[in-house]
Design a protein around this ligand. Structure first.
Ligand code: GMT
Length: 379
């Protein structure tokens, strides 16, 4: 198949899923065209079947806000024509779904079906904001196919937007060959030179991720045992987290790595992964840690219970309950094996449901179903 993929190229789960999906599809023989305003992070165009098309948004003195949605629609249409795309697959409804809808109309009478994958804040925050709700609902209803990354998100979409059409759940995935515990653990000593327990967090540091709670949890752990914390990513709450680290006199124990490309080389160095978000529709970072044999302490919200099994491969606590999160972190890190057994179980659970080898064929089958329905409709 020839597939056009659009997502946010910046640091964030939906962009990561869009990029990894494109690379997996290319590895399976499909031709993949990424269409976006910048080269997606994590895109490693190792296949000659991967193309990147940059959307340039022309500015004009009249435009306070250059119309990216329109420029994207035009680029989608042009790429679809030039490369004879079979379909468009957009990640994150706003504004990608609306651009795809325009591109499909422009392409008529040629068929250009589009699939929208919902990721989370496009529904739970941005999409349900009154100013965006009607157009988000419209573009979901108009899509030729809609998928959600968890049961939670599907149910939430149907409820919030009163959606009548079917939404297919295709869960997020991880490449289980790439994401595994590295045999060579020497890099740990950069942060934990005396073999201290190592806690890790990875996100885009947005308020919903509760980065300051990560620091608070770590501070409680640190009162009980020597330990180190590695924070990967960047975003609006980094300053607040750095300030809290200094206030708690933890600067020698906490490392801010900023944005990193090769996450799979880092996650497997940790003993424990923290994800105390206020909300996660899925929690991709938790899954990536689990695949690397790292147990997770996360919050019991959204789609996280579909990823982490409480008491088996990690623990789930109420949002903002830093004391409970710290209690479980200390419990795991005080064990003789420092959570290694739980980590092994985490990988087993990740492999059971979320390996790309199993999930990518579900997307391929869904593409075929949407293509068949679209050609039947036009016949
Ligand atoms: O909030 C984020 O992390 C960004 C957001 C995105 O769309 O980039 O993430 C959402 O999509 C991820 C990939 O499907 C999910 O793993 C995250 O749980 C989800 N974030 C939220 O629901 C807050």
């Amino acid at each position: 198949m020839k597939i056009g993929i659009t997502g946010y190229p910046t640091y964030g789960g939906s962009g990561v899923v869009a990029t990894e999906l494109g690379m997996e599809l290319a590895a399976r023989g499909h031709e993949v065209h990424f269409i976006s305003y910048a080269m997606p992070m994590r895109l490693n165009p190792t296949h000659d079947r991967i193309y990147f098309h940059e959307v340039e948004v022309t500015s004009y003195p009249l435009f306070d806000h250059p119309p990216y949605t329109l420029a994207l629609a035009v680029k989608m249409f042009e790429v679809a024509e030039a490369a004879s795309l079979d379909l468009l697959h957009v990640h994150y409804a706003i504004p990608h779904s609306v651009s795809a809808l325009l591109a499909r109309s422009m392409a008529a009478p040629h068929r250009l079906p589009f699939i929208t994958t919902l990721h989370g804040t496009d529904i739970t925050l941005v999409g349900s904001d009154r100013s965006y709700l009607p157009i988000t609902r419209f573009s979901i209803e108009q899509s030729d196919g809609v998928t959600a990354i968890s049961n939670y998100l599907r149910d939430q979409t149907i409820k919030e937007f009163d959606i009548k059409r079917p939404i297919e759940v295709i869960r997020n995935f991880v490449n289980c060959d790439l994401y595994c515990r590295p045999v060579d653990q020497r890099r740990r000593s950069e942060w934990a030179p005396h073999g201290e327990p190592l806690l890790m967090h990875l996100s885009n540091f947005r308020p919903v991720k509760r980065i300051t709670d990560v620091v608070e949890i770590f501070a409680l752990v640190r009162q009980k045992m020597p330990a180190k914390l590695v924070l990967i990513g960047d975003g609006p709450d980094r300053g607040a987290a750095e300030h809290l680290v200094r206030r708690k006199k933890l600067a020698a124990d906490v490392f801010f790595l900023g944005k990193q490309d090769r996450i799979h080389d880092l996650l497997g160095l940790a003993d424990l992964f923290l994800l105390p978000s206020d909300l996660e529709s899925f929690g991709l970072a938790a899954l990536e840690a689990m695949a690397c044999e790292v147990p997770v302490v996360a919050t019991n919200v959204g789609g996280l219970p579909e990823v982490v099994t409480n008491g088996v491969d990690g623990y789930l606590v109420a949002p903002r309950d830093v004391a409970a999160a710290a209690k479980f972190a200390i419990q795991i890190l005080s064990r003789a094996d420092r959570g290694k057994e739980m980590g092994k179980q985490a990988r087993i659970d990740a492999r059971k449901k979320f390996c790309s080898n199993d999930v990518i064929p579900l997307y391929e089958a869904y593409y075929q179903k949407v293509l068949a329905a679209s050609s039947a409709a036009s016949a």
